[in-house]
Design a protein around this ligand. Structure first.
Ligand SMILES: [Zn+2]
Length: 322
């Protein structure tokens, strides 16, 4: 290592002579150097920190950035949840409820439990209060929507079960599955074929060969089974519930007894020409809450019992998948 020494030219003998400073001067120089370094370091440090920040500040601001990112991810999750709930609400109001003939859930009921001015007063006064309140109110909205939606779906499910039961009981098929010709219809008859007088024909006649199988047109209970003195001869009456009753007249044979439960499509009798009848046919009539209805409006000629069952099952399984 090279030692730094100071030399001066002595003009008296033209020799370079080493300068020896007194120790006080040396000490003072060192002190001066130290003080200068400290000042430079302080100025430089403040300058750098002002522009780039201290390492601790840097770490803190990195943490803040991370938290901001996490907050925005949570915010996105909240928005996604809200969007899902909204699509449930739309399906509920626009699809399930109209199909089941149910009213929409009132908007006021769906919004119950949200809003209010002082609701988030405990979250005010913080630097990020706005963000906290925005997220908390979204969470509250999600909670309220989920509760209402879950209740609504429960009601819809109950109604669907009830509706399925009602559909099973509804007299919705033709009572005969062979090719038939529609005979006398639901109308005012000026001349009854047997009685020869004017009389209302309260049902629909099916021109079918003697001995044709006759089926229950919906689930129900047999409330009459036997001879009908009113002119229907061997006759069956089924009570389907929901205000519906069906009558099957002029039978040659009866396969059910009073009080028996039947399902749609069950064989209940065989067609004939008993009672006041001018030839083999099935007289079929439908009453709803005591009023006679035109049976042709209750079934489709082109749909068989099995096809009808398939249709109901397909609809039920599709409803289950949704
Ligand atoms: Zn008739």
């Amino acid at each position: 290592m090279i030692r730094h020494r100071k030399y001066v030219l002595d003009l008296s003998d033209l020799q370079y002579k080493q300068v020896r400073l007194p120790w006080k001067k040396k000490f003072f120089n060192i002190l001066l150097w130290l003080a200068g370094s400290l000042v430079v370091a302080a100025i430089y440090g403040t300058f750098i920190e002002n522009i780039f920040g201290s390492p601790k500040e840097k770490m803190l601001s990195q943490q803040v950035e991370n938290m901001k990112l996490q907050y925005s991810l949570i915010g996105r999750e909240l928005d996604n949840s809200l969007a899902s709930l909204n699509s449930f609400r739309l399906s509920d109001d626009k699809r399930y409820r109209p199909i089941l003939d149910m009213d929409s859930v009132p908007g006021s009921y769906r919004k119950a439990g949200t809003g209010g001015v002082d609701r988030y007063s405990d979250l005010t006064g913080y630097i990020n209060s706005d963000l906290l309140i925005a997220y908390k109110s979204k969470l509250d909205e999600i909670k309220s929507m989920a509760t209402v939606q879950s209740e609504s779906f429960k009601t819809v499910a109950e109604k669907a079960i009830e509706w399925k039961k009602e559909m099973d009981h509804f007299p919705g098929i033709s009572p005969v599955s062979v090719k038939f010709r529609l005979g006398d219809s639901f109308r005012w008859r000026t001349i009854h074929p047997v009685l020869g007088v004017a009389r209302m024909h309260n049902g629909q006649d099916f021109e079918v060969p003697y001995g044709t199988d006759v089926y229950a047109t919906g689930d129900g209970t047999i409330i009459e089974s036997g001879w009908n003195s009113g002119g229907f001869g061997n006759c069956i009456v089924i009570d389907h519930g929901y205000g519906f009753q069906t009558v099957y007249g002029h039978l040659s044979d009866i396969k059910v007894v009073k009080g028996q439960s039947v399902k749609r499509g069950d064989l209940i009798g065989v067609s004939g020409s008993s009672g006041l009848s001018s030839g083999p046919h099935l007289h079929y009539q439908i009453e709803q809450y005591g009023t006679h209805k035109n049976p042709v409006n209750f079934f489709n000629n082109d749909v068989s019992v099995d096809e009808y069952k398939e249709m109901i099952q397909a609809f039920a399984s599709r409803a289950k998948q949704k």
